[in-house]
Design a protein around this ligand. Structure first.
Ligand SMILES: [Zn+2]
Length: 114
């Protein structure tokens, strides 16, 4: 472990973090659990400890749903600008409704999973 990460580890302990028996899958430094429940590596920051394939799939799913939400919101912003330029263009309004509908469905899925 490099000097720098020892300093960071000491800092984490001062903040009330506890050292775990697991080590970072990337650099093998000991991992720390923060008071907030987050698990961090002194070198890499926040780490997701994956204990099973099922858990890994769940994390991947959450990441992809987050990125879908970002794409939908970007789309809504683009269409909103078009509607502002031409409020009578019904095609843009239909597009907006589709985006909002998709976002609502996504929200329903994400609220079910927790
Ligand atoms: Zn690490």
């Amino acid at each position: 472990m490099a000097d720098d990460s020892i300093k960071k580890a000491a800092e984490l302990l001062r903040q009330g973090a506890t050292m775990l028996s697991e080590s970072c899958p990337i650099c093998n430094s000991p991992l720390f659990k923060l008071k907030s429940g987050d698990i961090v590596c002194p070198v890499h920051g926040k780490v997701y400890l994956v204990k099973s394939d099922e858990e890994e799939a769940k994390i991947k799913r959450e990441f992809s749903l987050d990125s879908v939400e970002g794409i939908l919101i970007d789309g809504i912003l683009v269409v909103a600008k078009k509607i502002k330029e031409d409020p009578m263009d019904s095609e843009n309004i239909m597009q907006m409704i589709k985006y909002l509908d998709a976002l609502e469905r996504l929200k329903r899925i994400t609220s079910q999973r927790s």
